[in-house]
Ligand binder design. Structure first.
Ligand code: PLP
Length: 354
């Protein structure tokens, strides 16, 4: 199998994807609801097919002008939701906060009437069916969703009062996962849905939820090979073949992802503190900092956990690294490739005929 030769590679658990969807489905029982998977978290086509087979919708977004032109081209009237910025602080890293007043996303209160009038002015193209917000990502306190939902139902009341027959509330995605593996109990999909359930029922709404990370992050790890161990006198480094090109979250927003060696070391092996780094020419090229690990032999395996969301979908060819192949493991333990690794020939194809 190619995976034995080529590192790094992404390895997913198909049953874990199924379990994550089931957790949302069970949490949503008793509500009219849609699970709209946020494709940007992971766009592997076979994973998308699997999610679709499990009943998920697949979501991306456009702006008003684009929707109007698309509706005209298709000759169809389209159902739209207005993305409102409820100005709620999601208490996460600023790069993944999207629903507070300083972010570029969504319509602020002051502009709402302008958009409602705009929708009214395209009666042949647009039907307003609901309101949408998305607060940010890696959220670990579900109160934040309840606060946003209470603000959103007030907007819905206001919009309905103008004669719009809107029946959908989309509260976005954003639920965090346990990246730290410390055993801290984080809110589950059920905790999230239960905090907004009464509000949704009180207005007789259909609830749309758009999870990305919480459906896919914990289903995958990036499998690397250790190329060596070195020290600069003050710090120790484990150098691996994976890098910020395949997994950029630690470099981009100092995200923590749990790291382990593949073969459990003998219990008496000494542990040291290492930065786990790749071969790319950037000091930002690290997968983990200050990790206590036994000293690995060159060639041994090292995994970065919870690499299913915003890892492969953000991978690049920086430093001429080719994007890695993806595999998944099924219920019966069988492994199948679900995307080819990029090759140098793929790269050269962009130059053909020039
Ligand atoms: C990214 C995004 C999501 C998914 O966020 P997660 O944190 O991955 O759950 C949902 N809705 C919108 C509009 C997004 O941009």
């Amino acid at each position: 199998m190619e995976a034995v030769e080529r590192r790094p590679f992404y390895l997913y658990s198909k049953p874990q994807i199924t379990r994550n969807v089931e957790a949302y489905k069970e949490a949503l029982e008793g509500l009219n609801s849609i699970i709209g998977y946020a494709i940007k978290a992971n766009n592997n086509f076979l994973i998308l097919q699997h999610l679709k087979n499990l009943g998920c919708g697949l979501y991306c977004e456009f702006d008003l002008d684009n929707i109007v032109s698309a509706a005209r081209i298709a000759g169809k009237k389209v159902n739209v939701l207005l993305r409102i910025n409820p100005d709620v602080d999601p208490q996460v890293h600023p790069y993944v906060a999207t629903g507070n007043k300083n972010s570029k996303f969504g319509i602020r209160n002051e502009k709402l009437q302008w958009f409602l009038d705009a929708v009214k002015s395209y009666p042949d193209e647009l039907t307003l069916v609901g309101a949408h917000c998305h607060l940010g990502s890696t959220i670990t306190k579900v109160d934040i969703f309840r606060d946003a939902a209470s603000i959103m139902v007030k907007f819905i009341d206001e919009i309905r009062a103008q004669g719009f027959d809107i029946n959908y509330l989309n509260i976005g995605g954003g639920l965090g996962i346990d990246y730290y593996h410390t055993g801290t109990v984080l809110p589950t999909p059920r905790d999230l849905i239960d905090t907004v359930r009464e509000l949704v029922l009180s207005r007789n709404l259909n609830l749309i939820i758009e999870p990305g990370r919480s459906l896919i992050a914990n289903t995958c790890c990036l499998v690397n090979r250790v190329t060596g161990v070195k020290t600069n006198g003050t710090k120790n480094f484990i150098v691996i073949d994976g890098s910020m090109a395949e997994l950029i979250r630690p470099s981009l927003y100092d995200a923590y992802q749990h790291i382990e060696l593949v073969s459990p070391p003998s219990p008496d092996s000494a542990v040291s503190t290492f930065d786990v780094v790749g071969p790319v020419c950037e000091s930002a090229d690290f997968l983990g900092k200050d990790r206590d690990l036994p000293s690995p032999a060159s060639g041994s395996g090292l995994v970065v956990h919870d690499a299913g969301a915003y890892c492969m979908s953000m991978a690049s060819t920086y430093n001429l690294k080719m994007r890695p192949p993806e595999y998944w493991v099924d219920e019966d333990g069988s492994v199948a490739k679900i995307r080819h690794g990029e090759t140098f020939e793929d790269h050269m194809r962009y130059f053909e005929g020039l």
